[in-house]
Design a protein around this ligand. Structure first.
Ligand code: SAH
Length: 382
């Protein structure tokens, strides 16, 4: 049986190479070919002997999820729909900006948390993604963007530290940041997510700094503490409400880990956070959580946590009862936070012409929780 080396870390690659009678240094060589160069054919690994390349081709493969769709938006945002088997599909989105290129990736097929405004949650949950499915999103996107740049496409590139701008042969790295803000709750798939993050941080793979890898969570307190101990990257927390009563409704996991416990975990995390703060995300829902009084309550709530607040204009989709707050309400909310001394920004909506904006990543989920049927019955009963 062949093995998929895409999700093999240095140690597993070493064991694998040892099994072929090869020296440990082959592991790093393989890692660089797979993740730096984005190669999926062993025959292309030109610094290895023909015998070894043949042996690798017999024993192993390098395979990422298959691309079902590849869409580009007018603003340069690009979205891939990826097949993860048994009727499930996930999405990854690349967002180019002047000074950085951000890839937003998924961690689960569906989501079990049922946040009331989120389209992924409404579809139900199927399963956790594997390490190769998570890192495969970065592998695929990096390859696609490199191919596009090689053809003279308009991909903005960030020069790697090693290459000075304009220097021939300088490495082209369109993806400078990764955010785990796609489908799923990353801390509910902790082991696979952290294993994938280690590839992102590894110099032999993607070489990103901890500051440039962000994990976003709906607030799984034990997961936040584990991440703090095992792999502290930048942390975003989906707060969305200034009190427990409203948060219980919007983000039901709040009933298990209420705001006071969540903020205490955030304060602990800040001690190791690469940027020294936590990012609070706050989706702006018209008439639900966007009043001046709620902005004041939010400012008072987080005053002891080193943080920034990112306001996300709600992105509506078919059949959802919420609406986006008006631009005026969002500006006013931000001004109240700033007057209270917080740093607050409004997230720009990108790629909405291809449904690539926050919360529009629907993918395809074969619900194993029967949530969809349950909700349909509830709606019929009303
Ligand atoms: N489960 C994780 C990460 C996935 S969602 C989390 O909850 O943080 C990434 C962000 O998009 C979260 O802040 C989420 O609340 C927000 N979001 C979800 N649906 C949205 C929508 N329709 N419009 C705007 N933001 C949305």
């Amino acid at each position: 049986m062949t093995v998929n080396l895409l999700g093999y870390d240095a140690r597993r690659l070493q064991d694998f190479c040892a099994g072929l009678g090869e020296k440990p240094f082959r592991a790093k060589q393989l890692m660089r070919w797979i993740h730096h160069a984005g190669v999926d054919e062993f025959s292309a690994m030109t610094d290895m002997s023909k015998g070894l390349r043949d042996a690798l081709a017999r024993e192993a493969v390098i395979v990422a999820p298959q691309v079902l769709r590849d869409d580009s938006a007018a603003d340069g945002t690009r979205k891939w729909l990826l097949d993860v088997g048994t009727g499930n599909a996930i999405e990854a989105v690349f967002i180019p900006e002047a000074s950085r290129g951000t890839l937003c990736i998924s961690s689960q097929a569906g989501c079990a948390l049922e946040c009331s405004f989120c389209s992924t949650g409404r579809q139900g949950f199927n399963r956790n993604l594997t390490v190769e499915e998570i890192i495969g999103q970065l592998w695929l996107a990096a390859r696609a963007l490199r191919a596009c740049a090689a053809q003279g496409g308009e991909v903005r590139t960030v020069q790697s530290a090693a290459g000075s701008p304009g220097r021939e042969g300088a490495e082209v790295r369109p993806i400078s940041n990764v955010v785990m803000m796609g489908m799923g709750e990353p801390l509910a798939n902790f082991d696979n997510v952290v294993a994938a993050i280690r590839f992102m941080l590894d110099d032999h793979a993607y070489g990103l700094s901890r500051r440039r890898v962000t994990l976003s969570t709906a607030g799984l307190v034990p997961g936040i503490d584990r991440l703090r101990e095992e792999c502290p990257v930048s942390l975003a927390v989906s707060l969305h409400a200034p009190n427990d009563a409203l948060r219980d409704d919007l983000v039901p996991i709040n009933r298990k880990y209420p705001i006071a416990e969540l903020l205490a975990a955030c304060r602990r995390y800040v001690e190791v956070a690469p940027r020294g703060y936590v990012m609070f995300e706050y989706v702006m829902l018209a008439g639900v959580n966007d009043s001046v009084a709620q902005a004041r309550a939010l400012a008072a709530l987080v005053k002891d946590v080193p943080c920034k607040v990112n306001l996300i204009p709600f992105n509506p989709y078919a059949g959802i009862r919420y609406q986006r707050s008006s631009a005026g309400a969002i500006d006013c909310f931000r001004d109240v936070l700033m007057q209270a001394g917080l740093i607050a920004t409004v997230r720009k909506t990108r790629g909405d012409d291809i449904d690539a904006a926050c919360g529009q990543l629907a993918g395809r989920v074969r619900d194993r929780t029967r949530r969809v049927t349950r909700r349909q019955q509830e709606e019929l009963a009303q």
